[in-house]
Design a protein around this ligand. Structure first.
Ligand code: PMP
Length: 400
């Protein structure tokens, strides 16, 4: 069978992720890995979930094991709407759609908005999984810069010449994956101005928002837009949330919060794709979140915050002159920029072979594969001793 003959053009844009291929190599015990970027399993609220799943089975088995509505489990949507209210986004359950992780939301939003050759504005660098989700819809990418003074008419004219329209700006504004950086309030306001001028949607990926260790919280972009417009129903921002980093990614429970017409269209998409997210997972998530979300996430912030501090201290000690790095106020990542001309991917091969330490090369996070002299370190799963030793190894590698 010559599969090429039966494949859709979109499938040619789907590539094996460099990160996933790499993760397969990292289970050797002597390697210290800062590559993952996943939550520390030791911090999962496993006992609370054991009780929640058991209770769902004894008290709510018919609902938990049955088909349910595409919008998601109503008590969970009510709980999320309450939490959104606390961060400046007054809304109700009808503004919330439960998705199977926020990754599914990114896929649906690409499907909803991107025709082939449309333009998606993304951070430079940006979350690799967002590029993976959007790629299937065959867009062109444009660098998102909140402070850009490019003429909006010109930007749309160039998108039209490429065969489509600019449809949305996608960004993770808090402790973004991969750099750990946060877009300040002025940047969020400028982005909203730009989105208005271009008449495009804004996709706000809030995967790490709850993991702020210190500094001043910045209101979500959606909250800033509601402050301008008065109601979520008049907003162009689509907020994607997730329980993956705050409770556990294996639940596959995330959500979209947006104006009702957007939610309505996404509900149709969900019906067509998978009917609904796991009812059992949603019920258990609701039980655990409503009992202990605040205390549990406080524990995560303390633990990850201490690991961030440890890694920053080790970087200050070990890195040679000429290497720059971010100082994130939350999340899971620190981003290194090496001297011009160095290549993160080539360095990784040497790091594993010579120093038994791993990270993610940064080039993969750029839609055009540029800026290869960068790399992403995650501090989420490493012990303080591993951080000290692993960063010392990276220091030796860079000095060598
Ligand atoms: N957005 C960002 C920025 C992420 O880093 C991730 C996962 N690492 C996701 C979305 C997807 O997470 P999930 O589907 O588990 O919610």
């Amino acid at each position: 069978m010559q599969w090429d003959k039966v494949l859709a053009t979109r499938s040619t844009r789907m590539k094996a992720s460099e990160i996933r291929e790499l993760l397969k190599l990292l289970d050797q015990p002597d390697i210290i890995s800062f590559a993952g970027g996943i939550p520390d399993p030791a911090l999962f609220p496993a006992q609370a979930f054991a009780e929640a799943f058991a209770a769902a089975m004894t008290e709510q088995a018919s609902a938990a094991l049955q088909y349910s509505v595409s919008e998601g489990y109503k008590p969970l949507r009510d709980w999320i709407a309450g939490e959104m209210g606390k961060i400046g986004v007054p809304c109700d359950a009808d503004n919330i759609l439960i998705t199977s992780g926020s990754q599914q939301a990114l896929d649906y939003l690409g499907k909803l908005m991107l025709s082939p050759n449309d333009t998606a504005m993304v951070g430079w660098p940006t979350y690799l999984g967002a590029l993976g989700a959007f790629n299937a819809y065959e867009p062109r990418y444009l660098r998102l810069d909140p402070f850009s003074n490019a003429d909006p008419a010109q930007v749309q004219a160039e998108a039209a010449a490429a065969g489509g329209r600019v449809k949305f700006a996608y960004l993770s504004a808090d402790f973004c994956n991969p750099t750990g950086e946060t877009v300040p309030r002025a940047g969020r306001e400028a982005l909203l101005d730009q989105a208005e001028a271009l008449d495009i949607a804004v996709i706000e990926d809030a995967a790490y928002q709850v993991l702020r260790f210190d500094g001043e919280p910045v209101p979500p972009i959606l909250a800033l837009e509601i402050a301008r417009k008065g109601s979520i129903e008049d907003c162009r921002t689509i907020y994607c949330g997730s329980f993956s980093k705050s409770l556990a990614p294996g639940l596959r429970v995330g959500w979209v919060c947006a104006a009702k017409p957007v939610i309505g269209r996404l509900v149709l998409m969900k019906q067509a794709a998978d009917l609904h997210s796991s009812t059992l997972s949603q019920i258990a998530t609701h039980r655990v979140a409503s009992a202990m979300f605040e205390s549990h996430t406080a524990k995560l912030r303390a633990t990850y915050g201490a690991r961030r501090d440890r890694m920053l201290a080790a970087l200050a000690r070990e890195l040679p002159e000429g290497v720059r790095y971010t100082r994130p106020e939350g999340g899971m990542f620190i981003w290194l920029t090496l001297p011009e001309g160095m290549d993160g991917a080539a360095l990784l091969a040497r790091a594993i072979a010579e120093q038994r330490v791993a990270f993610v090369p940064g080039g993969a996070f750029y839609a055009d594969g540029s800026n290869r002299n960068t790399l992403r370190l995650s501090f989420s799963c490493a012990s303080e001793a591993q951080i000290d030793e692993g960063i010392a190894r990276i220091g030796r590698l860079l000095r060598g």
